[in-house]
Design a protein. Structure first.
Length: 291
């Protein structure tokens, strides 16, 4: 199975498949058009892409790297071969787009992989693929620190370090720094034998917010490790809407029922499926993108 990745531009998926032989990503042409045009309809986007190909051919614009060798999931749920573009070809397409709608997309596509999140996401892929999680002890503070240190090591100085300052986010006050270590010890000792217990522990860790940055991305991986170890399941994050998740987490301290319902509806026993975990990384980072 080819390695797959999902990027998000203005809440639109841009799916990619890794070409091991040539060491590069191939991007769904229809997804690129859908993202640029903010088009919800897959068929209309596909028709527009085919029109663009004809237009470019007439104008002598060479989309030199177009392939039909990779499969993407079609609207009917089946894997079907579809046009794919490499990074160079995506940039040519965007630069010659018939209107200025592609400008913001091109900026995002060109620079997103080099952002802190883009670099961290690459490290997250390696964390999953390299089997580095297998040696960690799920549910512990040390495990969470190890995950955070790997995701953000070399990207900022406080990677893996428990914060010593009190922080707020969107009006929410997280655990005060002077009580944080005591609180983390209490969370570590919380039971994690059932689904409800595990989610309760996850909610408390979110309230603690032990790091200055990168709490959500680290803690969702930590949560999946606990699920995998304790109940032989994990979350298929692609089944959880971003806005629903963020709102459920916002109110989870007073009403954890909603986040429990969301997670329960997305549980899967495919704990050894690499694609599930890779999609989980894609969606986890997507949740953190600013609207």
């Amino acid at each position: 199975m080819s390695k797959k990745s999902i990027r998000f531009f203005n809440d639109h998926e841009v799916r990619a498949v890794w070409d091991e032989a040539n060491s590069k990503w191939w991007f769904s042409a229809t997804d690129v058009v859908r993202a640029i045009n903010a088009e919800e309809d897959y068929v209309r986007a596909g028709n527009y892409w085919r029109w663009l190909k004809r237009k470019f051919t007439k104008e002598g614009i060479q989309l030199v790297s177009v392939t039909h060798d990779f499969k993407f999931e079609a609207p009917d749920g089946k894997q079907r071969a579809a046009d794919a573009l490499d990074a160079e070809c995506v940039q040519i397409l965007a630069k010659h787009y018939p209107n200025n709608r592609a400008t913001a997309f091109l900026d995002w596509f060109t620079y997103s992989d080099n952002s802190l999140d883009g670099q961290s996401k690459k490290k997250a892929y390696t964390l999953i693929e390299g089997g580095l999680l297998d040696d960690m002890n799920p549910g512990t503070v040390k495990c969470l620190q190890q995950i955070h240190a790997y995701l953000f090591g070399g990207l900022y100085d406080l990677a893996g370090q428990i914060r010593t300052k009190t922080i707020w986010k969107d009006g929410t006050l997280f655990c005060r720094a002077e009580y944080l270590m005591q609180n983390l010890k209490m969370i570590e000792q919380m039971p994690e034998t059932t689904f409800d217990e595990i989610v309760d522990k996850y909610v408390e860790m979110n309230v603690a917010h032990p790091f200055m940055e990168g709490n959500g991305r680290s803690t969702r991986i930590w949560l999946d490790l606990i699920f995998k170890k304790r109940i032989k399941q994990c979350v298929d994050w692609s089944r959880i809407n971003k806005k629903d998740y963020l709102e459920a987490m916002r109110i989870s301290t007073t009403n954890p029922a909603i986040i429990k319902s969301l997670l329960a509806g997305a549980m899967t026993d495919r704990i050894d499926d690499r694609e599930i975990f890779m999609k989980g990384i894609d969606y986890s980072y997507y949740y953190e993108q600013e609207d």
